[in-house]
Ligand binder design. Structure first.
Ligand SMILES: Cc1cc2nc3c(=O)[nH]c(=O)nc-3n(C[C@H](O)[C@H](O)[C@H](O)COP(=O)(O)OP(=O)(O)OC[C@H]3O[C@@H](n4cnc5c(N)ncnc54)[C@H](O)[C@@H]3O)c2cc1C
Length: 393
C-alpha cells in the first residue's frame, strides 16, 4: 500500500495549482489523472492560446447558488498573483479584449510552467489511472485503481465538469461528493451555443456565418459582444455568455444595433435620402444577408424611406432593438466550455475548500458549484480554489 500525505484526483488547472502549493509546504503529493497528459483543457483553451485569467476578475463574474462563496478564494489568490507567476516564467502574453489575457505563443507555455513548478515542489504525477473506488477509515482515504491501492490523509477532488467527454471528463467528482454525503446541485452545460427550433432553423441556417455586435439578454441579464448565426443555432461570445443564464423555455432578446438609436438613424436617413429603400438604409447598420432575411421575415416592408411614418419607424426600431429568439436547447456537453452546478458550496468551507462534514476531503475547480463567465474567469477560479486548498490539504 502506497502512503501519501495528499492525493489529488484530476491534473487539470485546479489540481495542478493545488499540488504545487501543497508540495511547497513539504507535503508528499500525488496527482492522479485518467488522461495521457496533464492539463488537456488548458492546452486546447482559448483557441490554443489559453485565456488564462482576466484582469477584471471579481466575484460578480461568477454564477453560484451562493454568490458569496467564491469571494474568499478569489481575494486570496488573485489574477495578479497568477500574472506574476506567468511573468516569473517569462511567458509572453497580451490582452485580447475586455481584460482577457492570452499567451502570445501557446497554451503549452502555461502547462509547462505548471509542470516545472510541480517538479520543483516534488509533486509526483501518475497518468492513465482508472480509479475503481475510494473509501475512508481511521482518518485515511484509500484510493484504489486496477493496479494498486494508495492511502492519504487529504484527498482533493479536482476532476472538473462534464464538458468535452472525449477529453476525459467524467462524473467522478460529483459521484464521490454524493458518496460522502455532500449535495450536488443540478448540472447543465454552459458557455455553449444555443440551438434553433425547427422552424427557425429553416429560416436562419441560410445566413450561417453572419456575425454582428449585439447585446443578448435573458431574464434581465445582458451581455454586449458578438453574435454568430450557425447552421445549428446561435453562437459567438454574447450567446455563450448568456447561455449560462438560459433555461429551457426562456427567450433570448437580442438588440441587433446596440450602438445606434435605430429610430433616429432612420429619421436622419429619411431626411437625407427620401428615395432610398429601407433595406439599403438598414444595410448601413446590419450585415446585408441579415437585412435580406429580416425582409423575408416581414420585419419590415421594402419601400422608399419617405413612405415611413413615425409609427412605422418606431415599430421597426423596436423590433431591431429587441428581436426575440426562442432556442429549443443547447449543443450540450459536446461543445460546452463549462458545467453549471456541482458540489453545493454549503457543504464546503470557503476558506479551505474542505468538506464541512468530511475531514480531509476537498473539492476545487469546476466540480464545485462556481462557474465563471467567458473570458478567463473559469481558469482564475481553478487557480484560486486550487491555491487555497493547497494551503491546508
Ligand atoms: C474548449 C474549451 C476552452 C476553454 N477555454 C477557456 C479559457 O480560455 N479560459 C478559461 O478561463 N476557461 C476556459 N475553459 C474552461 C476551463 O477549461 C475549465 O473551467 C477549467 O479547465 C476547469 O479546471 P479544473 O481543474 O476544475 O478541471 P479540468 O481542467 O477539466 O481538469 C480535470 C481533470 O480531471 C481528470 N479527470 C476527470 N475524471 C477523472 C477520473 N475519474 N479519474 C481521474 N482523472 C479524472 C480530467 O481528465 C482532467 O484532466 C475552456 C473549456 C473548454 C472545454
Amino acid at each position: 500500500m502506497q502512503q501519501w500525505d495528499v492525493i489529488i484526483i484530476g491534473a487539470g488547472a485546479a489540481g495542478l495549482m493545488c499540488a504545487i502549493e501543497a508540495g511547497k509546504r513539504g507535503r508528499r503529493v500525488l496527482l492522479l489523472d485518467n488522461g495521457k497528459r496533464v492539463g488537456r483543457k488548458i492546452l486546447m483553451s482559448g483557441g490554443g492560446r489559453c485565456n488564462f485569467t482576466n484582469m477584471y476578475a471579481g466575484p460578480e463574474n461568477f454564477l453560484s447558488q451562493n454568490k458569496h462563496f467564491c469571494k474568499s478564494a478569489l481575494s486570496r489568490y488573485t489574477q495578479w498573483d497568477f500574472i506574476a507567476l506567468v511573468q516569473k516564467h517569462a511567458i509572453a502574453y497580451h490582452e485580447k479584449t475586455l481584460g482577457q489575457l492570452f499567451c502570445d505563443d501557446s497554451a503549452k507555455d502555461i502547462v509547462d510552467m505548471l509542470l516545472s513548478e510541480a517538479k520543483a515542489a516534488n509533486v509526483q504525477i501518475a497518468l492513465q489511472q482508472t480509479i475503481t473506488g475510494v473509501s475512508f477509515a481511521d482518518g485515511q482515504y484509500t484510493v484504489t485503481t486496477a493496479e494498486l491501492s494508495r492511502q492519504c490523509h487529504s484527498l482533493v477532488v479536482a476532476s472538473g465538469g462534464l464538458s468535452l467527454p472525449n477529453l476525459g471528463a467524467t462524473a467522478f467528482g460529483f459521484q464521490l461528493a454524493e458518496q460522502f454525503g455532500l449535495k450536488v446541485l443540478p448540472l447543465r452545460a454552459a458557455l455553449v451555443p444555443l440551438t434553433w427550433q425547427p422552424a427557425d432553423k429553416a429560416v436562419f441556417e441560410e445566413i450561417s456565418g453572419v456575425s454582428l455586435p449585439v447585446t443578448a439578454e435573458v431574464n434581465g441579464t445582458v451581455f454586449p459582444e458578438d453574435m454568430l448565426f450557425t447552421h445549428r443555432g446561435l453562437s459567438g461570445p454574447a450567446i455563450l455568455q448568456i447561455s449560462s443564464y438560459w433555461q429551457p423555455g426562456d427567450e433570448v432578446i437580442v438588440n441587433m444595433a446596440p450602438q445606434t438609436d435605430v429610430a433616429e438613424f432612420l429619421s436622419a436617413q429619411q431626411q437625407a435620402h427620401p428615395e432610398q429603400e429601407v433595406k439599403t438604409a438598414l444595410a448601413k447598420l446590419l450585415p446585408k444577408r441579415l437585412v435580406e432575411k429580416l425582409l423575408e421575415l416581414k420585419v419590415f416592408t421594402n419601400q422608399p424611406l419617405k413612405a415611413l411614418n413615425p409609427k412605422s419607424i418606431k415599430q421597426l426600431a423596436d423590433s431591431l432593438h429587441a428581436y426575440v429568439f426562442k432556442p429549443n436547447g443547447t449543443e450540450g456537453y459536446r461543445t460546452a466550455e463549462v458545467t453549471i452546478g456541482g458540489v453545493d458550496t454549503d457543504y464546503l468551507s470557503s476558506k479551505t475548500m474542505e468538506a464541512k462534514n468530511q475531514p480531509g476531503l476537498y473539492f476545487i475547480g469546476e466540480v464545485v458549484d462556481v462557474t465563471g463567465w467567458l473570458g478567463g474567469y473559469n481558469f482564475q477560479w481553478a487557480w484560486a480554489s486550487g491555491w487555497v486548498a493547497g494551503q491546508y490539504c
